[in-house]
Design a protein around this ligand. Structure first.
Ligand code: CAA
Length: 379
């Protein structure tokens, strides 16, 4: 077993770290306050190749492995989880699914633009009545020969307004239940597509979360991804990879909060000494460091399994479940270590605590991860 990162991995990690410090850190508090999407920053991330990291270079991607993706996600998420969810959705839920299951025509038409970052994608599965229970799709796509007619509403869509292309899951045959679900690529500019209200969120406030409505949208049959009835499996497979991204995001939020806490503990004095010299603080830091390391190893394991072509569903759920719980716990402790300063915006950790919460919810709640894991170990 080799725990060393390659030179290429270290270079990706270093580039993402420097970018986060120089380009994301300066405006991160303001973007959170104003719910401002990091448009310029995402553009620069595209130029760096961070929006389609794992896609084959022949489709405009970086051709990197999933370990590199985890490393970059951790560094970006240490500073700005709003930018990193945008990156994660585009890489995992949009590009990966299109590359693996899309036709050559769809790859040429959409993937090249998405992987190079010229266009942005979103993944539309959740609905007002279908969140965890993803098979209960109400959005319908009725077969009309050479096209489908799409109707329905999707909720809590990351990149909802900023995206150019949507990966849409819809029910084509209600009788067949989940086997009658399909997946399509839909352009935001098509007739009948409306971007609904922007959500006013607790955390990741710089990210752009909307409902999206479809009214009699004509979707060419060639825009269906995969065989008829493949939509639910597509969603599950793509989310399995997505969970590695969100696990890495949670890892980054946790390690960012830990690094700030470590620094603060060496500077802040109480009772005549730096607070790191109080065992109450030192033990918190020890727990944080240990749990973060365990989360990182779970992320690497899931990423490695994916890169080896192994079944990574259980590993990605374990990584997401554990890393998101660590993110929540670590950020709460980070606020505690910072005391009064931790409760105000300029010290960053209160934002990280708010951002951490969503990692226990999106791309499958912690409860759904426990379903995936328990079904796998009990089968
Ligand atoms: N790979 C391939 N196929 C899979 C699969 C996987 N990982 N998981 C399930 N399937 C298949 C099953 O084999 C089954 O197919 P067959 O009938 O042919 O055997 C079918 O899918 C149905 O599976 P289940 O019976 O297990 O389905 P379920 O209704 O019990 O649901 C679940 C399972 C794991 C709870 C699933 O519904 C789930 O993951 N829910 C959470 C959804 C989710 O993550 N939503 C996130 C929204 S997207 C988002 O957050 C993006 C964002 O913007 C950040």
């Amino acid at each position: 077993m080799d725990f060393d990162l390659t030179e290429e991995h270290l270079a990706v990690q270093q580039a993402a770290r420097e970018f986060a410090q120089t380009e994301l850190l300066p405006g991160v508090i303001e973007r959170d306050n104003l719910q401002k999407f990091p448009t310029e920053q995402i553009k620069k991330m595209s130029e760096m190749g961070l929006m389609g990291m794992m896609v084959d270079p022949k489709y405009g991607g970086g051709g990197m492995d999933t370990i590199s993706y985890v490393l970059a996600m951790e560094e970006i998420s240490k500073i700005d989880a709003s930018a990193s969810v945008c990156m994660s959705v585009n890489n995992s839920l949009v590009c990966w699914g299109l590359e693996h299951y899309g036709s050559e025509e769809l790859k040429t038409r959409y993937l090249i633009a998405l992987a190079s970052g010229n266009k942005l994608g979103a993944f539309l599965l959740s609905e007002p009545e279908a969140g965890s229970d993803a098979t209960s799709q109400q959005t319908s796509a009725i077969d009309r020969g050479d096209h489908y007619v799409l109707n329905g509403t999707k909720n809590w869509i990351t990149n909802g307004n900023s995206a150019d292309y949507y990966i849409v899951i819809a029910q084509t045959d209600i009788e067949k239940k989940h086997k009658g679900i399909n997946v399509f690529i839909v352009e935001k500019g098509w007739d009948g597509v409306t971007v609904g209200k922007k959500e006013d969120k607790l955390g990741i406030r710089g990210s752009d979360t909307h409902s999206i409505m479809f009214q009699d949208v004509q979707v060419p049959k060639t825009n269906r991804i995969g065989e008829d009835g493949f939509g639910f499996k597509f969603a599950m497979k793509v989310l399995s990879g997505g969970r590695i991204g969100i696990a890495a995001q949670a890892l980054g939020i946790a390690s960012g909060a830990y690094e700030l806490s470590l620094k603060y503990s060496k500077e802040r004095k109480t009772f005549g000494t730096e607070i790191m010299n109080h065992q109450a603080i030192a033990f918190k830091l020890a727990d944080m460091a240990t749990e973060i390391e365990a989360a990182r190893l779970l992320c690497f394991k899931a990423a490695w399994m994916k890169d080896q072509g192994l079944d990574f569903d259980r590993a990605s759920s374990m990584a997401k479940l554990f890393a998101s719980e660590v993110a929540m716990k670590t950020t709460i402790e980070a606020v505690q270590i910072h005391g009064g300063y931790g409760y105000v915006k300029e010290y960053h950790v209160e934002r990280m605590m708010r951002d951490a919460k969503i990692t226990q919810i999106y791309e499958g709640t912690s409860e759904m991860q426990r379903i995936v894991i328990s079904r796998d170990i009990l089968k």
